[in-house]
Design a protein around this ligand. Structure first.
Ligand code: B4P
Length: 181
């Protein structure tokens, strides 16, 4: 299965992707996690990404797309993957379509998590990651509305909408019920 998970910051994309990865035996590829790993290792990519992440801005698409393209060439992604946090803009979605065409592959599903803003802000403040301050969260929500939300129209009827309010298990149950169809 080749799956994309969309949703506002803090919607629980990473949380659910982790569980779906275990259930379906396919890798969870999170651009946020890949950037954070590069930041911890102090790579040039990490140094570049940190500037944007600390401000709640998107990391430039060129570096993001190259990173995803390279991750997808690893053997574990051969028979499927869960993309969490990518694409985050229509230009990234165009790049993903190109990558998949080159590989002779297609997406099987795009899942969108629907959560009210108050809930995601609460979840992020409770998580308390470095980029989870109120000011940065506000900017990330704005960036989501301007750059990422248009993907819902981009993918149109192909999107499976999932109510992501509730416990982690409740949300997982809803997602898998849709995917197993
Ligand atoms: P991400 O790492 O993708 O982070 P996120 O959107 O904030 O989190 P996610 O939706 O995965 O929520 P989580 O499961 O953690 O992005 C961070 C930054 O990286 C971006 O701002 C950007 O700068 C950069 N970036 C990433 N991808 C990029 C791209 N493609 N292009 C450019 N830049 C990019 O859940 C949040 C919290 O809620 C957790 O504490 C979790 O435990 C809790 N939670 C989850 N589900 C819950 C539930 N059902 N009930 C209660 N709590 C729940």
């Amino acid at each position: 299965m080749r799956l994309v998970i969309l949703g506002p910051p803090g919607a629980g994309k990473g949380t659910q992707a982790e569980r779906l990865s275990e259930k379906y035996g396919i890798p969870h590829i999170s651009t946020g996690d890949l950037f954070r790993a590069n930041i911890s290792e102090g790579t040039p990519l990490g140094v570049e990404a940190k500037k944007y992440m600390d401000a709640g801005e998107l990391v430039p698409s060129k570096v993001t797309v190259d990173m995803v393209r390279s991750r997808l060439t690893e053997p574990d992604a051969k028979n499927g993957f869960i993309l969490d946090g990518f694409p985050r803009s229509t230009d990234q979605a165009d790049s993903l379509a190109e990558i998949l065409t080159e590989r002779g592959e297609k997406l099987d599903a795009v899942v969108s998590f629907e959560v009210p803003e108050d809930t995601v802000v609460e979840r992020m403040l409770a998580r308390g990651r470095a980029d989870d301050t109120e000011e940065v969260i506000r900017n990330r929500m704005q960036v989501y509305a301007n750059q990422t939300a248009p993907l819902l129209e981009y993918y149109g009827d192909f999107v499976t909408h999932v109510d992501a309010v509730g416990t982690v298990d409740e949300v997982l149950g809803r997602v898998t019920a849709q995917l197993d169809k």
